[in-house]
Design a protein around this ligand. Structure first.
Ligand code: PLP
Length: 617
Protein backbone atom coordinates (compact mmCIF):
# COMPACT_ATOMS: atom_id res chain seq x y z
CA UNK A 1 0.00 0.00 0.00
CA UNK A 2 3.03 2.31 0.14
CA UNK A 3 4.95 3.69 -2.85
CA UNK A 4 8.58 4.77 -3.13
CA UNK A 5 7.70 8.28 -1.96
CA UNK A 6 6.31 6.86 1.28
CA UNK A 7 2.74 7.76 0.28
CA UNK A 8 -0.30 5.51 0.34
CA UNK A 9 -0.71 3.92 -3.08
CA UNK A 10 -4.19 2.92 -4.21
CA UNK A 11 -4.34 -0.18 -6.37
CA UNK A 12 -7.69 0.18 -8.12
CA UNK A 13 -7.67 -3.25 -9.74
CA UNK A 14 -6.53 -5.13 -6.65
CA UNK A 15 -3.81 -7.68 -7.26
CA UNK A 16 -4.13 -7.12 -11.02
CA UNK A 17 -2.97 -3.49 -10.70
CA UNK A 18 0.34 -3.02 -12.51
CA UNK A 19 3.11 -1.05 -10.74
CA UNK A 20 2.66 1.97 -13.04
CA UNK A 21 -1.10 2.06 -12.40
CA UNK A 22 -0.96 2.80 -8.70
CA UNK A 23 -2.57 6.08 -7.66
CA UNK A 24 -0.67 8.18 -5.12
CA UNK A 25 -3.31 9.30 -2.62
CA UNK A 26 -1.22 12.23 -1.39
CA UNK A 27 -1.05 13.55 -4.98
CA UNK A 28 -4.83 13.28 -5.28
CA UNK A 29 -5.21 15.32 -2.10
CA UNK A 30 -2.70 17.89 -3.31
CA UNK A 31 -4.58 18.27 -6.60
CA UNK A 32 -7.98 18.52 -4.92
CA UNK A 33 -7.00 20.92 -2.16
CA UNK A 34 -4.44 23.23 -3.71
CA UNK A 35 -5.52 26.63 -4.97
CA UNK A 36 -7.07 26.96 -8.44
CA UNK A 37 -4.29 29.44 -9.29
CA UNK A 38 -1.79 26.59 -9.00
CA UNK A 39 -3.91 24.13 -10.97
CA UNK A 40 -5.76 22.67 -8.01
CA UNK A 41 -9.47 22.42 -7.37
CA UNK A 42 -9.41 24.49 -4.19
CA UNK A 43 -11.60 22.05 -2.27
CA UNK A 44 -11.62 22.28 1.51
CA UNK A 45 -10.86 19.18 3.56
CA UNK A 46 -12.05 16.73 4.79
CA UNK A 47 -12.13 15.09 1.41
CA UNK A 48 -13.89 11.93 0.38
CA UNK A 49 -12.04 10.30 -2.49
CA UNK A 50 -14.10 7.83 -4.47
CA UNK A 51 -12.45 5.28 -6.75
CA UNK A 52 -14.98 3.92 -9.29
CA UNK A 53 -12.35 1.44 -10.50
CA UNK A 54 -12.45 -0.15 -7.04
CA UNK A 55 -16.25 -0.41 -7.29
CA UNK A 56 -15.90 -2.08 -10.67
CA UNK A 57 -13.38 -4.50 -9.23
CA UNK A 58 -15.70 -5.39 -6.34
CA UNK A 59 -18.74 -5.91 -8.59
CA UNK A 60 -16.74 -8.10 -10.96
CA UNK A 61 -15.08 -10.04 -8.14
CA UNK A 62 -18.44 -10.83 -6.51
CA UNK A 63 -19.94 -12.03 -9.77
CA UNK A 64 -16.81 -14.00 -10.68
CA UNK A 65 -16.84 -15.73 -7.29
CA UNK A 66 -20.44 -16.89 -7.77
CA UNK A 67 -19.85 -17.80 -11.41
CA UNK A 68 -16.96 -20.02 -10.35
CA UNK A 69 -18.96 -21.57 -7.48
CA UNK A 70 -21.85 -22.33 -9.87
CA UNK A 71 -19.69 -23.84 -12.61
CA UNK A 72 -17.37 -25.78 -10.34
CA UNK A 73 -20.19 -27.51 -8.46
CA UNK A 74 -22.47 -28.22 -11.42
CA UNK A 75 -25.18 -25.97 -9.96
CA UNK A 76 -27.98 -25.88 -12.50
CA UNK A 77 -29.00 -22.24 -12.38
CA UNK A 78 -27.20 -18.90 -11.98
CA UNK A 79 -26.32 -16.06 -9.62
CA UNK A 80 -27.99 -12.71 -10.15
CA UNK A 81 -27.40 -10.24 -7.32
CA UNK A 82 -28.69 -6.86 -6.27
CA UNK A 83 -27.03 -3.93 -4.52
CA UNK A 84 -28.91 -2.68 -1.42
CA UNK A 85 -28.86 1.06 -1.99
CA UNK A 86 -29.13 1.79 1.74
CA UNK A 87 -25.40 1.06 2.02
CA UNK A 88 -24.60 4.14 0.01
CA UNK A 89 -27.29 5.97 -1.95
CA UNK A 90 -24.91 8.40 -3.61
CA UNK A 91 -26.07 8.86 -7.17
CA UNK A 92 -22.71 8.08 -8.73
CA UNK A 93 -22.09 5.02 -6.57
CA UNK A 94 -25.46 3.56 -7.54
CA UNK A 95 -25.03 4.45 -11.21
CA UNK A 96 -21.54 2.93 -11.26
CA UNK A 97 -22.75 -0.31 -9.73
CA UNK A 98 -25.63 -0.55 -12.20
CA UNK A 99 -23.26 0.15 -15.11
CA UNK A 100 -20.55 -2.25 -13.96
CA UNK A 101 -23.17 -4.85 -13.03
CA UNK A 102 -25.18 -4.68 -16.27
CA UNK A 103 -23.29 -7.57 -17.96
CA UNK A 104 -24.28 -9.75 -14.98
CA UNK A 105 -27.93 -8.65 -14.84
CA UNK A 106 -27.11 -7.03 -11.52
CA UNK A 107 -30.00 -5.12 -9.93
CA UNK A 108 -30.89 -3.02 -6.90
CA UNK A 109 -32.64 -3.44 -3.59
CA UNK A 110 -34.71 -0.64 -2.03
CA UNK A 111 -36.00 -0.34 1.52
CA UNK A 112 -38.06 2.87 1.36
CA UNK A 113 -40.02 5.00 -1.11
CA UNK A 114 -37.19 7.40 -1.95
CA UNK A 115 -34.84 4.44 -2.39
CA UNK A 116 -37.40 2.76 -4.64
CA UNK A 117 -37.71 5.90 -6.76
CA UNK A 118 -33.97 6.18 -7.22
CA UNK A 119 -33.63 2.48 -7.97
CA UNK A 120 -36.47 2.63 -10.51
CA UNK A 121 -35.06 5.59 -12.38
CA UNK A 122 -31.50 4.26 -12.33
CA UNK A 123 -32.48 0.80 -13.61
CA UNK A 124 -34.84 2.32 -16.19
CA UNK A 125 -32.08 4.58 -17.49
CA UNK A 126 -29.18 2.14 -17.58
CA UNK A 127 -29.97 -1.23 -16.04
CA UNK A 128 -30.00 -4.64 -17.63
CA UNK A 129 -33.63 -5.54 -18.64
CA UNK A 130 -33.87 -8.59 -16.39
CA UNK A 131 -32.14 -7.02 -13.36
CA UNK A 132 -34.14 -7.54 -10.17
CA UNK A 133 -35.52 -4.61 -8.23
CA UNK A 134 -36.12 -6.13 -4.80
CA UNK A 135 -38.56 -4.08 -2.70
CA UNK A 136 -37.95 -4.60 1.00
CA UNK A 137 -38.71 -2.56 4.09
CA UNK A 138 -41.84 -1.00 5.51
CA UNK A 139 -44.50 -0.72 2.80
CA UNK A 140 -47.67 1.32 2.51
CA UNK A 141 -50.12 1.46 -0.39
CA UNK A 142 -48.12 4.13 -2.17
CA UNK A 143 -44.86 2.15 -1.96
CA UNK A 144 -46.49 -1.03 -3.22
CA UNK A 145 -48.37 0.80 -5.99
CA UNK A 146 -45.09 2.30 -7.13
CA UNK A 147 -43.46 -1.13 -7.21
CA UNK A 148 -46.35 -2.49 -9.30
CA UNK A 149 -46.36 0.48 -11.66
CA UNK A 150 -42.65 -0.20 -12.17
CA UNK A 151 -43.58 -3.63 -13.59
CA UNK A 152 -45.68 -1.92 -16.24
CA UNK A 153 -42.52 -0.02 -17.21
CA UNK A 154 -40.66 -3.23 -17.80
CA UNK A 155 -38.80 -3.23 -14.49
CA UNK A 156 -38.44 -6.58 -12.75
CA UNK A 157 -39.78 -5.55 -9.32
CA UNK A 158 -40.39 -8.12 -6.62
CA UNK A 159 -42.41 -7.02 -3.59
CA UNK A 160 -40.96 -8.87 -0.61
CA UNK A 161 -43.47 -9.28 2.22
CA UNK A 162 -41.85 -8.52 5.57
CA UNK A 163 -45.14 -8.71 7.44
CA UNK A 164 -48.20 -10.79 6.76
CA UNK A 165 -50.63 -7.90 6.42
CA UNK A 166 -48.59 -6.37 3.60
CA UNK A 167 -50.19 -9.04 1.41
CA UNK A 168 -53.61 -7.37 1.69
CA UNK A 169 -52.12 -4.11 0.41
CA UNK A 170 -50.39 -5.93 -2.46
CA UNK A 171 -53.66 -7.60 -3.44
CA UNK A 172 -55.59 -4.32 -3.24
CA UNK A 173 -52.98 -2.38 -5.24
CA UNK A 174 -52.72 -5.06 -7.89
CA UNK A 175 -56.53 -5.08 -8.32
CA UNK A 176 -56.68 -1.29 -8.54
CA UNK A 177 -53.86 -1.07 -11.04
CA UNK A 178 -54.62 -4.26 -12.91
CA UNK A 179 -51.01 -5.40 -12.51
CA UNK A 180 -50.09 -8.95 -11.55
CA UNK A 181 -47.42 -8.71 -8.85
CA UNK A 182 -44.34 -10.81 -8.36
CA UNK A 183 -44.19 -11.49 -4.66
CA UNK A 184 -41.40 -12.61 -2.37
CA UNK A 185 -41.44 -13.46 1.30
CA UNK A 186 -38.88 -12.68 3.94
CA UNK A 187 -38.52 -15.67 6.24
CA UNK A 188 -37.65 -15.32 9.89
CA UNK A 189 -35.04 -18.01 10.31
CA UNK A 190 -34.19 -19.87 13.49
CA UNK A 191 -30.51 -19.55 12.63
CA UNK A 192 -29.08 -16.83 14.82
CA UNK A 193 -26.04 -14.70 14.14
CA UNK A 194 -24.57 -13.92 17.56
CA UNK A 195 -22.48 -10.83 16.67
CA UNK A 196 -23.51 -7.21 16.99
CA UNK A 197 -25.05 -7.21 13.53
CA UNK A 198 -27.14 -10.29 14.22
CA UNK A 199 -29.45 -8.59 16.70
CA UNK A 200 -32.35 -8.87 14.27
CA UNK A 201 -31.86 -12.54 13.44
CA UNK A 202 -33.32 -15.61 15.07
CA UNK A 203 -36.85 -16.47 16.11
CA UNK A 204 -37.28 -13.23 18.06
CA UNK A 205 -35.88 -11.09 15.24
CA UNK A 206 -37.71 -7.96 14.20
CA UNK A 207 -38.23 -8.82 10.54
CA UNK A 208 -39.80 -11.54 8.46
CA UNK A 209 -42.54 -14.14 8.62
CA UNK A 210 -42.48 -17.15 10.90
CA UNK A 211 -43.60 -20.64 9.82
CA UNK A 212 -47.29 -20.07 10.62
CA UNK A 213 -47.33 -16.71 8.82
CA UNK A 214 -45.64 -18.21 5.77
CA UNK A 215 -48.32 -20.91 5.61
CA UNK A 216 -51.05 -18.32 6.05
CA UNK A 217 -49.71 -16.21 3.14
CA UNK A 218 -49.57 -19.32 0.96
CA UNK A 219 -53.16 -20.19 1.87
CA UNK A 220 -54.38 -16.64 1.14
CA UNK A 221 -52.59 -16.50 -2.21
CA UNK A 222 -53.97 -19.91 -3.12
CA UNK A 223 -57.49 -18.81 -2.21
CA UNK A 224 -57.08 -15.76 -4.45
CA UNK A 225 -55.69 -17.80 -7.34
CA UNK A 226 -52.40 -15.94 -7.01
CA UNK A 227 -50.00 -18.63 -5.80
CA UNK A 228 -48.11 -18.32 -9.09
CA UNK A 229 -47.19 -14.78 -8.02
CA UNK A 230 -45.08 -16.09 -5.13
CA UNK A 231 -41.66 -16.59 -6.69
CA UNK A 232 -38.92 -15.50 -4.29
CA UNK A 233 -37.79 -16.40 -0.79
CA UNK A 234 -35.63 -13.90 1.07
CA UNK A 235 -33.85 -13.85 4.40
CA UNK A 236 -31.21 -11.70 6.02
CA UNK A 237 -29.54 -12.85 9.20
CA UNK A 238 -27.46 -9.71 9.70
CA UNK A 239 -24.38 -7.98 8.40
CA UNK A 240 -20.83 -9.35 8.85
CA UNK A 241 -21.79 -13.04 9.07
CA UNK A 242 -18.70 -14.34 10.90
CA UNK A 243 -18.21 -17.83 9.42
CA UNK A 244 -19.22 -19.96 6.46
CA UNK A 245 -20.51 -22.52 8.98
CA UNK A 246 -23.15 -20.08 10.22
CA UNK A 247 -23.82 -18.93 6.67
CA UNK A 248 -24.36 -22.50 5.43
CA UNK A 249 -26.63 -23.14 8.40
CA UNK A 250 -28.82 -20.13 7.55
CA UNK A 251 -28.83 -20.74 3.80
CA UNK A 252 -29.62 -24.43 4.37
CA UNK A 253 -32.60 -23.54 6.59
CA UNK A 254 -33.86 -21.01 4.03
CA UNK A 255 -33.41 -23.53 1.20
CA UNK A 256 -35.63 -25.97 3.14
CA UNK A 257 -38.34 -23.30 3.35
CA UNK A 258 -37.86 -22.60 -0.35
CA UNK A 259 -38.42 -26.28 -1.15
CA UNK A 260 -41.49 -26.38 1.10
CA UNK A 261 -42.97 -23.42 -0.78
CA UNK A 262 -42.33 -25.22 -4.07
CA UNK A 263 -44.03 -28.32 -2.64
CA UNK A 264 -47.04 -26.20 -1.61
CA UNK A 265 -47.49 -25.04 -5.19
CA UNK A 266 -45.77 -21.64 -5.34
CA UNK A 267 -43.95 -20.84 -8.60
CA UNK A 268 -40.60 -20.48 -6.81
CA UNK A 269 -37.71 -19.20 -8.92
CA UNK A 270 -35.33 -17.20 -6.74
CA UNK A 271 -33.66 -17.59 -3.35
CA UNK A 272 -32.38 -14.25 -2.04
CA UNK A 273 -29.78 -14.78 0.69
CA UNK A 274 -29.77 -11.12 1.78
CA UNK A 275 -26.64 -9.27 2.93
CA UNK A 276 -24.07 -10.39 5.43
CA UNK A 277 -21.06 -10.94 3.20
CA UNK A 278 -18.48 -9.49 5.57
CA UNK A 279 -15.23 -7.65 5.15
CA UNK A 280 -11.95 -7.66 7.00
CA UNK A 281 -11.64 -4.33 8.83
CA UNK A 282 -8.79 -5.36 11.13
CA UNK A 283 -6.73 -7.65 8.94
CA UNK A 284 -7.17 -10.69 11.19
CA UNK A 285 -9.39 -12.80 8.87
CA UNK A 286 -10.95 -14.23 11.98
CA UNK A 287 -14.44 -14.55 13.42
CA UNK A 288 -13.40 -13.42 16.92
CA UNK A 289 -14.78 -9.90 16.62
CA UNK A 290 -17.28 -8.03 14.47
CA UNK A 291 -14.28 -6.41 12.78
CA UNK A 292 -13.49 -9.30 10.50
CA UNK A 293 -14.80 -12.54 9.07
CA UNK A 294 -13.17 -15.93 8.64
CA UNK A 295 -13.73 -16.42 4.91
CA UNK A 296 -12.95 -14.96 1.51
CA UNK A 297 -15.38 -13.78 -1.15
CA UNK A 298 -14.85 -17.07 -3.00
CA UNK A 299 -15.50 -19.15 0.12
CA UNK A 300 -18.69 -17.18 0.80
CA UNK A 301 -20.02 -17.84 -2.71
CA UNK A 302 -19.03 -21.51 -2.56
CA UNK A 303 -20.82 -21.97 0.78
CA UNK A 304 -24.05 -20.35 -0.48
CA UNK A 305 -24.16 -22.31 -3.73
CA UNK A 306 -23.31 -25.61 -2.04
CA UNK A 307 -25.96 -25.18 0.68
CA UNK A 308 -28.76 -24.32 -1.76
CA UNK A 309 -27.75 -27.09 -4.20
CA UNK A 310 -27.52 -29.72 -1.47
CA UNK A 311 -31.01 -29.06 -0.06
CA UNK A 312 -32.69 -28.77 -3.47
CA UNK A 313 -31.06 -31.97 -4.70
CA UNK A 314 -32.23 -33.83 -1.62
CA UNK A 315 -35.78 -32.53 -2.11
CA UNK A 316 -35.78 -32.96 -5.89
CA UNK A 317 -36.48 -29.25 -6.41
CA UNK A 318 -35.12 -27.35 -9.41
CA UNK A 319 -32.13 -25.18 -8.56
CA UNK A 320 -33.24 -21.57 -8.07
CA UNK A 321 -31.56 -18.40 -9.25
CA UNK A 322 -29.42 -17.26 -6.32
CA UNK A 323 -29.64 -13.58 -5.47
CA UNK A 324 -27.64 -11.81 -2.76
CA UNK A 325 -28.00 -8.31 -1.36
CA UNK A 326 -24.34 -7.72 -0.57
CA UNK A 327 -23.79 -4.08 0.31
CA UNK A 328 -20.93 -3.69 2.75
CA UNK A 329 -18.73 -5.98 0.68
CA UNK A 330 -19.39 -4.02 -2.53
CA UNK A 331 -18.94 -0.42 -1.45
CA UNK A 332 -16.77 -0.33 1.71
CA UNK A 333 -13.48 -0.33 -0.18
CA UNK A 334 -14.30 2.25 -2.83
CA UNK A 335 -13.67 5.45 -0.88
CA UNK A 336 -11.13 6.98 1.48
CA UNK A 337 -11.90 9.85 3.81
CA UNK A 338 -8.88 12.13 4.03
CA UNK A 339 -8.58 14.68 6.81
CA UNK A 340 -5.83 16.88 8.16
CA UNK A 341 -4.18 16.94 11.55
CA UNK A 342 -3.68 20.67 11.94
CA UNK A 343 -2.29 20.85 15.46
CA UNK A 344 -1.18 18.60 18.26
CA UNK A 345 -1.02 19.00 22.00
CA UNK A 346 2.43 19.98 23.23
CA UNK A 347 4.75 17.14 24.23
CA UNK A 348 4.31 16.13 27.87
CA UNK A 349 5.41 18.91 30.19
CA UNK A 350 8.95 18.83 31.41
CA UNK A 351 10.89 19.96 34.43
CA UNK A 352 14.19 21.69 33.91
CA UNK A 353 16.81 23.35 36.06
CA UNK A 354 14.98 26.66 35.70
CA UNK A 355 11.77 25.33 37.26
CA UNK A 356 13.00 22.51 39.56
CA UNK A 357 13.36 24.93 42.48
CA UNK A 358 9.55 25.20 42.55
CA UNK A 359 9.39 21.75 44.12
CA UNK A 360 11.17 23.11 47.17
CA UNK A 361 8.36 25.63 47.62
CA UNK A 362 5.71 22.91 48.02
CA UNK A 363 4.07 22.40 51.39
CA UNK A 364 5.55 19.81 53.78
CA UNK A 365 2.84 17.25 52.87
CA UNK A 366 3.57 17.56 49.19
CA UNK A 367 7.32 17.47 49.71
CA UNK A 368 6.81 14.25 51.69
CA UNK A 369 4.93 12.71 48.70
CA UNK A 370 7.64 13.97 46.37
CA UNK A 371 10.37 12.26 48.45
CA UNK A 372 8.35 9.03 48.49
CA UNK A 373 7.92 9.18 44.68
CA UNK A 374 11.67 9.56 44.22
CA UNK A 375 12.57 6.84 46.72
CA UNK A 376 10.18 4.35 45.06
CA UNK A 377 11.55 5.29 41.63
CA UNK A 378 15.13 4.66 42.77
CA UNK A 379 14.07 1.24 44.13
CA UNK A 380 12.33 0.50 40.80
CA UNK A 381 9.04 -0.01 42.65
CA UNK A 382 6.62 1.08 39.92
CA UNK A 383 3.40 0.50 41.79
CA UNK A 384 4.34 2.44 44.93
CA UNK A 385 5.80 5.19 42.79
CA UNK A 386 2.53 5.53 40.85
CA UNK A 387 0.50 5.64 44.09
CA UNK A 388 2.64 8.46 45.57
CA UNK A 389 2.69 10.32 42.24
CA UNK A 390 -1.10 10.23 42.17
CA UNK A 391 -1.31 11.37 45.76
CA UNK A 392 1.13 14.19 45.09
CA UNK A 393 -0.89 15.42 42.12
CA UNK A 394 -4.18 15.20 43.97
CA UNK A 395 -2.82 17.03 47.03
CA UNK A 396 -1.31 19.76 44.84
CA UNK A 397 -4.60 20.18 42.98
CA UNK A 398 -6.43 20.65 46.29
CA UNK A 399 -3.90 23.19 47.49
CA UNK A 400 -4.16 25.01 44.16
CA UNK A 401 -7.93 25.28 44.61
CA UNK A 402 -7.32 26.75 48.08
CA UNK A 403 -4.92 29.28 46.60
CA UNK A 404 -1.86 27.86 48.40
CA UNK A 405 -0.01 26.84 45.23
CA UNK A 406 0.35 28.71 41.96
CA UNK A 407 0.04 27.50 38.37
CA UNK A 408 3.84 27.23 38.12
CA UNK A 409 3.86 24.74 41.00
CA UNK A 410 1.21 22.59 39.32
CA UNK A 411 3.19 22.59 36.07
CA UNK A 412 6.40 21.66 37.91
CA UNK A 413 4.72 18.73 39.66
CA UNK A 414 3.18 17.51 36.36
CA UNK A 415 6.62 17.73 34.77
CA UNK A 416 8.21 15.78 37.62
CA UNK A 417 5.61 13.01 37.35
CA UNK A 418 6.09 12.77 33.56
CA UNK A 419 9.87 12.47 33.97
CA UNK A 420 9.52 9.76 36.57
CA UNK A 421 6.95 7.85 34.47
CA UNK A 422 9.19 8.05 31.41
CA UNK A 423 12.28 7.05 33.43
CA UNK A 424 10.47 4.00 34.68
CA UNK A 425 9.45 3.02 31.16
CA UNK A 426 5.77 3.68 31.81
CA UNK A 427 4.13 4.88 28.60
CA UNK A 428 3.61 8.59 28.34
CA UNK A 429 0.07 9.73 27.81
CA UNK A 430 -0.70 9.84 24.09
CA UNK A 431 -0.67 13.26 22.54
CA UNK A 432 -3.84 14.68 21.07
CA UNK A 433 -3.89 15.50 17.36
CA UNK A 434 -6.64 17.90 16.37
CA UNK A 435 -8.19 16.89 13.08
CA UNK A 436 -10.57 18.78 10.78
CA UNK A 437 -13.31 16.24 10.87
CA UNK A 438 -16.56 15.55 12.65
CA UNK A 439 -16.75 11.96 13.83
CA UNK A 440 -20.53 12.32 14.00
CA UNK A 441 -20.80 13.41 10.38
CA UNK A 442 -18.19 11.28 8.71
CA UNK A 443 -17.60 8.17 10.86
CA UNK A 444 -20.88 7.85 12.79
CA UNK A 445 -20.55 4.12 13.39
CA UNK A 446 -17.34 4.75 15.29
CA UNK A 447 -19.28 6.78 17.82
CA UNK A 448 -22.57 4.88 17.70
CA UNK A 449 -21.54 1.23 17.67
CA UNK A 450 -17.81 1.40 18.37
CA UNK A 451 -17.00 0.20 14.89
CA UNK A 452 -13.29 0.47 14.08
CA UNK A 453 -11.94 1.57 10.74
CA UNK A 454 -8.31 1.50 9.64
CA UNK A 455 -6.78 4.99 9.98
CA UNK A 456 -3.34 5.62 8.53
CA UNK A 457 -1.20 8.67 7.71
CA UNK A 458 -1.18 8.89 3.93
CA UNK A 459 2.37 10.23 3.66
CA UNK A 460 5.83 9.89 5.30
CA UNK A 461 5.36 6.14 5.59
CA UNK A 462 9.06 5.52 4.99
CA UNK A 463 9.68 7.48 8.22
CA UNK A 464 9.21 5.72 11.56
CA UNK A 465 6.37 7.47 13.44
CA UNK A 466 7.58 8.46 16.91
CA UNK A 467 4.51 9.85 18.63
CA UNK A 468 1.55 7.97 20.06
CA UNK A 469 -1.49 10.05 19.26
CA UNK A 470 -5.22 10.07 19.62
CA UNK A 471 -7.48 12.15 17.39
CA UNK A 472 -9.76 14.91 18.57
CA UNK A 473 -12.40 16.16 16.15
CA UNK A 474 -13.84 19.63 15.57
CA UNK A 475 -17.04 19.21 17.53
CA UNK A 476 -17.56 20.54 21.03
CA UNK A 477 -18.38 17.08 22.24
CA UNK A 478 -16.25 14.81 24.38
CA UNK A 479 -17.38 11.83 22.26
CA UNK A 480 -15.90 13.52 19.21
CA UNK A 481 -12.60 11.71 19.34
CA UNK A 482 -10.90 8.60 18.07
CA UNK A 483 -9.00 6.79 20.80
CA UNK A 484 -9.61 3.15 19.89
CA UNK A 485 -7.80 1.69 16.94
CA UNK A 486 -7.45 -1.55 15.07
CA UNK A 487 -5.55 -4.21 17.00
CA UNK A 488 -6.82 -3.12 20.44
CA UNK A 489 -4.56 -0.05 20.39
CA UNK A 490 -5.49 3.04 22.39
CA UNK A 491 -3.31 5.32 20.29
CA UNK A 492 -2.02 5.54 16.75
CA UNK A 493 1.66 5.81 15.76
CA UNK A 494 1.98 9.25 14.18
CA UNK A 495 4.71 11.60 13.03
CA UNK A 496 5.53 14.97 14.53
CA UNK A 497 3.53 17.56 12.59
CA UNK A 498 5.55 19.51 10.04
CA UNK A 499 6.53 22.85 11.51
CA UNK A 500 7.03 24.60 8.19
CA UNK A 501 6.42 24.04 4.50
CA UNK A 502 3.23 23.94 2.56
CA UNK A 503 2.33 20.27 2.89
CA UNK A 504 -0.02 19.37 5.68
CA UNK A 505 -0.19 16.13 7.60
CA UNK A 506 -3.04 14.02 6.25
CA UNK A 507 -4.67 10.88 7.56
CA UNK A 508 -6.89 8.48 5.65
CA UNK A 509 -9.84 6.57 7.06
CA UNK A 510 -10.35 3.45 4.99
CA UNK A 511 -13.19 0.98 4.37
CA UNK A 512 -15.88 3.51 5.26
CA UNK A 513 -17.74 3.38 1.93
CA UNK A 514 -20.78 1.58 3.38
CA UNK A 515 -23.39 3.13 5.66
CA UNK A 516 -21.29 6.07 6.98
CA UNK A 517 -22.42 8.68 4.48
CA UNK A 518 -26.16 8.31 5.01
CA UNK A 519 -25.94 7.77 8.77
CA UNK A 520 -23.81 10.86 9.39
CA UNK A 521 -25.54 13.77 11.11
CA UNK A 522 -25.12 17.51 11.42
CA UNK A 523 -23.83 17.70 15.01
CA UNK A 524 -22.48 21.22 15.58
CA UNK A 525 -23.70 21.87 12.03
CA UNK A 526 -20.59 20.44 10.43
CA UNK A 527 -21.52 19.46 6.91
CA UNK A 528 -20.12 16.55 4.95
CA UNK A 529 -16.74 16.44 3.23
CA UNK A 530 -15.81 17.62 -0.23
CA UNK A 531 -15.95 14.74 -2.70
CA UNK A 532 -13.79 13.85 -5.68
CA UNK A 533 -14.17 10.94 -8.02
CA UNK A 534 -10.83 9.65 -9.17
CA UNK A 535 -10.36 7.24 -12.04
CA UNK A 536 -7.27 5.48 -13.14
CA UNK A 537 -5.86 7.01 -16.32
CA UNK A 538 -2.81 6.92 -18.52
CA UNK A 539 -1.77 10.46 -17.57
CA UNK A 540 1.50 11.31 -15.81
CA UNK A 541 0.07 10.70 -12.33
CA UNK A 542 -2.08 7.70 -13.35
CA UNK A 543 -5.27 9.40 -12.29
CA UNK A 544 -7.98 11.76 -13.49
CA UNK A 545 -10.38 13.68 -11.29
CA UNK A 546 -13.66 13.16 -13.13
CA UNK A 547 -15.97 14.87 -10.66
CA UNK A 548 -15.47 17.28 -7.80
CA UNK A 549 -17.96 18.77 -5.38
CA UNK A 550 -17.43 20.83 -2.26
CA UNK A 551 -19.12 19.78 0.94
CA UNK A 552 -22.23 21.67 2.07
CA UNK A 553 -21.69 25.36 2.80
CA UNK A 554 -22.71 27.01 6.08
CA UNK A 555 -25.82 28.22 4.25
CA UNK A 556 -26.67 24.64 3.24
CA UNK A 557 -26.45 23.23 6.77
CA UNK A 558 -28.31 26.19 8.21
CA UNK A 559 -31.12 25.60 5.73
CA UNK A 560 -31.28 21.97 6.85
CA UNK A 561 -32.30 23.30 10.27
CA UNK A 562 -34.89 25.64 8.70
CA UNK A 563 -32.85 28.83 9.05
CA UNK A 564 -32.96 31.23 6.14
CA UNK A 565 -29.41 32.26 5.29
CA UNK A 566 -30.59 34.96 2.89
CA UNK A 567 -32.66 36.61 5.62
CA UNK A 568 -29.91 36.13 8.19
CA UNK A 569 -27.45 37.83 5.86
CA UNK A 570 -29.80 40.78 5.26
CA UNK A 571 -30.21 41.24 9.03
CA UNK A 572 -26.44 41.29 9.53
CA UNK A 573 -25.88 43.53 6.51
CA UNK A 574 -28.13 46.19 8.05
CA UNK A 575 -25.55 46.53 10.82
CA UNK A 576 -22.66 47.58 8.59
CA UNK A 577 -22.02 50.15 5.91
CA UNK A 578 -18.80 48.50 4.94
CA UNK A 579 -18.96 46.47 1.74
CA UNK A 580 -15.87 44.46 2.65
CA UNK A 581 -17.40 43.40 5.98
CA UNK A 582 -20.64 42.38 4.27
CA UNK A 583 -18.65 40.44 1.70
CA UNK A 584 -16.73 38.62 4.41
CA UNK A 585 -20.02 37.60 6.05
CA UNK A 586 -21.38 36.46 2.70
CA UNK A 587 -18.25 34.39 2.20
CA UNK A 588 -18.75 32.75 5.57
CA UNK A 589 -22.27 31.69 4.57
CA UNK A 590 -20.95 30.25 1.31
CA UNK A 591 -23.08 29.84 -1.78
CA UNK A 592 -26.56 31.36 -1.65
CA UNK A 593 -28.04 31.21 -5.13
CA UNK A 594 -31.13 33.26 -4.31
CA UNK A 595 -29.29 36.15 -2.75
CA UNK A 596 -28.64 39.39 -4.56
CA UNK A 597 -25.61 41.19 -3.11
CA UNK A 598 -23.84 44.15 -4.40
CA UNK A 599 -21.34 43.15 -7.07
CA UNK A 600 -18.38 42.70 -4.79
CA UNK A 601 -20.26 40.39 -2.45
CA UNK A 602 -21.62 38.24 -5.26
CA UNK A 603 -18.19 37.76 -6.65
CA UNK A 604 -16.64 36.78 -3.36
CA UNK A 605 -19.53 34.59 -2.25
CA UNK A 606 -19.45 32.61 -5.41
CA UNK A 607 -15.72 32.22 -5.28
CA UNK A 608 -16.43 29.57 -2.70
CA UNK A 609 -17.25 26.25 -4.34
CA UNK A 610 -20.97 26.30 -4.94
CA UNK A 611 -21.54 23.65 -7.57
CA UNK A 612 -20.04 20.51 -8.99
CA UNK A 613 -17.06 21.25 -11.14
CA UNK A 614 -16.81 18.52 -13.65
CA UNK A 615 -13.84 17.90 -15.83
CA UNK A 616 -10.82 15.75 -16.05
CA UNK A 617 -7.22 16.30 -15.18
N1 PLP B 1 -30.44 -6.65 2.87
C1 PLP B 1 -31.11 -6.30 3.97
C2 PLP B 1 -32.54 -6.66 4.09
C3 PLP B 1 -30.47 -5.60 5.00
O1 PLP B 1 -31.15 -5.25 6.10
C4 PLP B 1 -29.10 -5.27 4.84
C5 PLP B 1 -28.35 -4.55 5.89
O2 PLP B 1 -28.38 -4.80 7.04
C6 PLP B 1 -28.44 -5.67 3.68
C7 PLP B 1 -29.13 -6.35 2.71
C8 PLP B 1 -26.99 -5.36 3.45
O3 PLP B 1 -26.19 -6.12 4.27
P1 PLP B 1 -24.61 -6.10 4.11
O4 PLP B 1 -24.18 -4.70 4.12
O5 PLP B 1 -24.12 -6.90 5.24
O6 PLP B 1 -24.29 -6.76 2.80
Amino acid sequence: FVNDDGDIAVRPHGAATLPGQEIDLAKVVARASSAPATGGLGLPLPLLVRFPDVLRHRVEALNAAFRYAVSSTGYRSRYQGVYPVKCNQDRYVVEDIVDFGAPFGFGLEAGSKPELLLAMSCLAARGSPDAFLVCNGYKDLEYISLALVARTMGLNTVVVLEQEDELDIVVEASRRLGVRPVVGMRAKLRTKHAGHFGATSGEKGKFGLNAAEILSVVAKLKGLGMLDCLQLLHFHIGSQIPTTALLADGVGEAAQIYCELARLGAAMRVIDVGGGLGIDYDGTHSAETDMSVAYSLEEYAAAVVAAVGRVCDRKGVQHPVICSESGRALVSHHSVLVFEAFSASAPASNLDSATAYLLDELTDDCRGDYRNVMAAAVRGDFDTCAVYADQLKRRCAEQFKEGVLGLEHLAAVDGLCEIVARGMGVAERPRTYNVNLSVFTSIPDMWAIEQLFPIVPIQRLQERPNVDGILSDLTCDSDGKVDQFIGGRHSLPLHELPTHGTRGYYLGMFLGGAYQEALGGLHNLFGGPSVVRVSQSDGPHCFAVTRAAPGPSCADVLRAMHHEPEVMFEVLKQRTNDGATAAAIARAFGAMPYLSFDNEAVEMASSGMSSDSEGSA
